[in-house]
Structure formats: structure tokens, C-alpha cells
Design a protein around this ligand. Sequence first.
Ligand code: IMP
Length: 421
Amino acid sequence: MNVDVVLGLQWGDEGKGKIVDYLAQRYPVIARFQGGPNAGHSLHFDGTSFVLHSVPAGIFRNNTMNIIGNGVVIDPVIFAEECRSLEALGIPVRDRLMISKKAHLILPTHRIIDAASEHSKGASRIGSTLKGISPAYMDKTGRNGIRVGDIIAHDFRDRFLALKSKHIVFLRQFDYAYDADQGEENWLGAIEYMKRFPLIDAEYYLADCLRENKRVLAEGAQGTLLDIDFGSYPYVTSSSTTCAGACTGLGFPPTRVGRVYGIFKAYCTRVGSGPFPTELHDKTGEMLREQGKEFGATTGRPRRTGWLDLVALKYAVTLNGVTDLIMMKADVLDAFDTVKIATSYIIDGKEIGCVPFDTHTPITPVYREFRGWGKNLSAIRKEEELPYQLMAYIRFIEEATGVPVKIISLGPDREQTIIRD
Ligand code: IMP
């Protein structure tokens, strides 16, 4: 058995939560491979909504084991709050969730460094979620980090204080007021709570699952265009959001990658700073934001909106080796007479079909226009009932990427999902 991977092909917020929750019924094991509480995976079912930040989206399913992999960074306070809310809903979280000992911890001072660093950048700030993600990954790669497995060490508190001291020295370079002790008691309390979860060597656990022919789904966060290597650097997150990140973030070999589910919205959104070639600054952009309820699940920030960018989508499909495309929020385009897809870029007067290295280069997208379908899609449950204009839109994407669109999502609810054979 192989590990199937589900990940975002744009700048995050594609709707991974809904799809992982949907796919979870077919997988006894769901494992999150990167990112941290910067993510906000929204789920809607039985008339309720829930936003997950660190916990994999299989947590609502009976008989599904969820794993937080080594590639993830965990803020114990956010983790504990999330798990307690799930427990309040009657979800037996501790029976359904295990954490890799090799996942790294986000300290309260990581969040301060994140804020101080963003503040110092002024107008060129990244637009970080300020959850301490980048400083935590800096400590990981700088070999200073504290891992989940360390929380049971007898000298854990000393290690914590030693890293906190390093952070205080680091913070001297910034002109930024802070209280280094703020949130510390809470954080240490949350560490005690974390000890109640099974802390495991997840790479061994997953190897056993594969040997026993158990199906495993690797769950990504953010999106390919925010990848630390291939995203619009430096306007990216600090982890590997691509398929390769699933291997390093969970500890299974590339030869065991099975299907790669690439999720994209029928249009584009982005939160935070950075290039967005098809961004719309007009009424159409506002309409996309309103129809699509495009406000951040983690920060509440309004998302930037624009037409689907096929140049970027093809890049993401190639980088990840996507086998199945999943198109989200097609219903958001219901109200538009015309919908557009960017098929190439004009840069310095030349038409190109690839994502340029220089993120500051002015780009003019070349669009292909499609007729809108003038119909409310949200109640449609069968592929045959989809309007031919939408099918033309989908076929164009399939031909350009060479990958079939296997799932079409027409609303936030589990039921509003069309599976294509
Ligand atoms: P950070 O990962 O919080 O440092 O944020 C870096 C960039 O990634 C910022 O532009 C964020 O808005 C963006 N980002 C981080 N996580 C997410 C996410 O889950 N969805 C969408 N954008 C995200």
C-alpha cells in the first residue's frame, strides 16, 4: 500500500479541510506533514462548523487515526485549546490522535520574534499569521529547536529556559517592546496537557501501516505557491508544502507516494503580501470575496481575490506530480456573466508560460474568457446536471494540465461534492 497525498495547489485556503474530511472515510490513517497553527482548515457538517489548526481533518471520523508528523510545528497552547474544543463536542481526541516526537515546538518567544521581525520589515512585511512559524522553523534548521519528544525529559524546563534566553538575545536587534514572560505559565500548562497524548516515532508507525496494507493519507497545509523553495520567495511560509514535503514531514520514502490529490479553487485567493498576477482590485474582486466568503480562517483578514491562474496551476501540478485534481468553490462563480482563466503572462513585452524567478517583475496576464452558467450550482448532486458552460471550463483546465478533475465541490457542506469516475 502507498501513501496518498492531499495538498493545496495555490496560496492556501483551497478547502483542504473539507476534502480531507471527505476522503477520511476511505483512510484509516491521516497524517499532517507540515506547517502549524498558521493553517485553518474549515469543516462544515450537520449544520455546524469547525476550524482545525494543528489537528488533522480526520479527527471527526470514527476509526480514523490522526497523526501530527515531524514536519509540523506545534504551539502547545493552540493545540490544547483546539483539542479541548473537540473534546467538548464529544470527540475522543486522545484515542484518535498521536504526535510525532520529532515535531518541533513553538515557544511564546517564537511568536514575539515573528511579530518583531514583521514589524521591522515595514512595508515589505510578509503578512505572516504571526503564529511563530518562521522562528520555530529557523530554530529547527539552526539546530536549536525543542521537539515534542523533549517534553518528557527531566531537564525540559531548563532546555526551554535556555532557548528562551537565546531568543531574548536575538530580540535585542529589534526596536520592539515585549514581555518575554507573557503566556509562559499557560504554555507550560499546555505542555502538561500534551503529555496525555501518545507521543510516537511516527516514521515507524507509518512503515508498519504500509506493511499491514493500511491506507494512509498525508495532509498538507498552506499551498504550493507558499512553499519555502518553490513559492514566491520571500513571500512564502517556512515549510515544504509540496509533495516532497510529505516524505520528509512524515518519514516515508518517495517510492511509496501513491495518488496525489491537488486541490484548487475555481478562482484564486491570497492572504498576506506577495505577487498575485491575476489579482482583481475592482468590483469583480470584491464580488469574488463576498460570494466566496473570503476571509482568513485563522486571522479573519480579507483575502485578496482574482481569476484562476493556469500558469501557476500548471507549475504546481508539475512540482507535485498531481494525479487527481479537485476543484473547489465552483459555485462562487455562479453570479458572473463571464469567467476568466489566465493562460500566459506578458513580461517585458514577451509572452511566457512559466512562473518567473523574480517575484517583483510586473506581470500582465493573458486571459481566456468563458461564458458564465447563470445558474445556482449549490443544490446539484449529479455530474449530469452540471451546466455545459462549467464543463467547458473544467475541460479546458484538464486539457491544459493533463490531469483529470475528479472531485468538484459546490459548497462547504460534505453533501455538496460531486465525484467523477
Ligand atoms: P506564516 O507562515 O504565518 O509566517 O505566513 C507566511 C505567509 O503565508 C503569509 O503570507 C501568510 O498569509 C501565508 N499563510 C500562512 N499560512 C497560511 C494558510 O494556512 N493559508 C493561507 N495563507 C497562509
